[in-house]
Design a protein around this ligand. Structure first.
Ligand code: GTP
Ligand code: MG
Length: 198
């Protein structure tokens, strides 16, 4: 399955101001620089729909994109990067947590993690926070093009092992690359399947 049309709708810093539309939506969240905005561009086949940057902290607001006139894809600011003190860094920005807690249209979150890295505490904490609040999520491993297949496999097995220390099962996950578009069709098909069950 492919995306045929994608438009930017609006950016907001408060969940209360987000689009009133009741269309189902899916949010990309994860550390700064993990590749959230790039993946939105890869999925929609547009180079500049979502703003990307080599420097962390590019996306600062809640950005809604309307996909095929039937659902929203939401690009969020990264966590784990802020020009603030260490204690403040530990707290996820309030407008992001408000978004997850209050946005009734949200079908599920996709937590993006860079497949090159060991499981990071901040990601594990965020997933725990989602779980505690009963919010469904899946994992997207990004930048798969940067690893040899054998290393990728080892890293994913390691991620599973760490996840299983706290979770009964490994959440559903996707392996993606915005450069090669690996995983794009699978992800779109999955979202479309969820949409069709609503
Ligand atoms: P913030 O908006 O700061 O939270 O970052 P983000 O998660 O939206 O990351 P962004 O998409 O801006 O990408 C960060 C950097 O990683 C950019 O230099 C991208 O070109 C690069 N990048 C993203 N995805 C991939 C990928 O799949 N493969 C490779 N090789 N590079 C990627
Ligand atoms: Mg971004």
């Amino acid at each position: 399955m492919k995306i045929h049309r994608a438009h930017f709708v609006e950016s907001n810093s408060q969940v209360e101001k987000c689009p009133k539309s009741k269309l189902p939506e899916y949010a990309f969240i994860g550390r700064s620089n993990v590749g959230k905005s790039s993946l939105i561009n890869a999925l929609t086949n547009q180079k500049k729909l979502a703003k990307t940057s080599g420097k962390p902290g590019k996306t600062q607001l809640i950005n809604h994109f309307l996909i095929d006139n039937s659902w929203h894809l939401v690009d969020l600011p990264g966590y784990g990067y802020a020009k603030v003190s260490k204690t403040e860094k530990k707290v996820f920005q309030k407008f992001i947590t408000d978004y997850f807690l209050q946005r009734m249209q949200l079908c599920c979150a996709f937590v993006l993690v860079d497949c090159r890295h060991e499981p990071q505490k901040i990601d594990l904490n965020f997933m725990e926070w989602l779980g505690t609040n009963g919010l469904p999520f899946h994992i997207i491993f990004t930048k798969a093009d940067k690893l040899k297949p054998s290393v990728l496999e080892v890293n994913i097995e390691n991620y599973k092992k760490i996840m299983l220390e706290n979770w009964e099962e490994m959440p559903k996950y996707f392996i993606t690359s915005s450069t090669t578009k690996r995983g794009s069709e699978e992800l779109i098909t999955y979202i479309q399947t969820l949409n069709s069950t609503l």
